[in-house]
Ligand binder design. Sequence first.
Ligand code: NAD
Ligand code: WQD
Length: 339
Amino acid sequence: MSATILVTGGAGFIGSHTCVALAQAGYTPAILDNLVNSDVRVLDRLERITGKKPQFIEGDVRDRALLDRVFRDLRISGVIHFAGLKAVGDSVADPVTYYDNNVNGTLVLAAAMQAAGVRTLIFSSSATVYGDPERSPIPENAALRPANPYGWSKLMVEQALSDLQLAHPDWSVALLRYFNPVGAHESGLIGEHPQGKPNNLMPFVCQVAVGLREKLAVHGGDYPTADGTGVRDYVHVMDLAEGHVAALLHAEKQPGLLKVNLGTGEGASVLDVVKAFERVSGRPLKYEIGPRRPGDVPAYWADPSLAQDLLGWRARRGLDQMCADSWRWQQANPNGYQS
Ligand code: NAD
Ligand code: WQD
């Protein structure tokens, strides 16, 4: 019988793709999600891709009684914890809600795992813990200085889980710091569909290309980068999903604490993304260079060598594939799972 992995937030963007990678690796994913930022119809899509509909528990990760029931009823061998809120601007406007979901949610989960004897936890951290880094590529031992409550919530959880692992050396904890996840499963059946106006670059580009929005506002053309636009380390969501499986396999082998970057190690500018998207979609993309977005960092990308050394993982999919897969998903599902 294959091991069952509880995937909190598994109906969301990265979680749903990770469910595919888990199934492909022979695990059985069980999703717990309150659907605050996702759509239950993703389950049918997962069934179409993997041949099996994942077990779904609708509920909140802060609900201790529910977690106790889940750990009692399902034989969970490990947890991948995606559930949380991720909009930086909202976290500034409503920090308490962010700390409650992201920090308190993780503490409730960790306590329930401790009580149930489940000792393997993979956590969605973020490159945002580095804030505005001194230099790129960023290694894991770079200074940590988040610039907003969302980033602080990730760093607080990293600290709490590190302390937990120190106190209980039989735990296996992996803190995965994602850079900029984009793309979609190559089937075009699952992908990212933000509610309302997208904050992030790739969903916005997709919505311009498909005609839902008139043009892309490029946030700043005067950064000290090659073409003046912001540079990020975009990483394909399926590479990221496979990184979780690699982390899980490592965590199962030996207890301990891992802090690992998941990125490609390469920076791409906003205009690089625009050009790649035009290339793969065959459509011109209307854009206008405007003012900088407050709080944005000019440029950063990962040093991904630790993930390669420890987990044997590296990103295999390039920018063209990220754009092509995003575009396939967007075209087939212009209104997300409602399409
Ligand atoms: P997402 O919003 O698509 O997925 C998060 C899922 O968690 C959603 O399905 C949502 O309904 C669920 N959820 C939220 N709060 C919950 C709660 N209290 N109880 C149960 N379910 C809850 O986001 P994503 O992009 O898939 O991100 C997944 C994780 O990765 C998040 O923790 C996010 O902070 C982190 N992360 C994301 C990015 C990114 O750019 N997408 C980068 C770094 C880290
Ligand atoms: C990328 C680049 C923008 C939109 C955010 C979070 C971070 C992490 C990932 C969770 C920047 C430019 C964007 C647009 C633009 N999430 N841009 N026009 O800001 O690097 O990271 O998501 O952990 O915490 O802050 O990603 O996609 O918003 O921006 O020019 O309409 O695209 O200025 O240079 P960001 P992004």
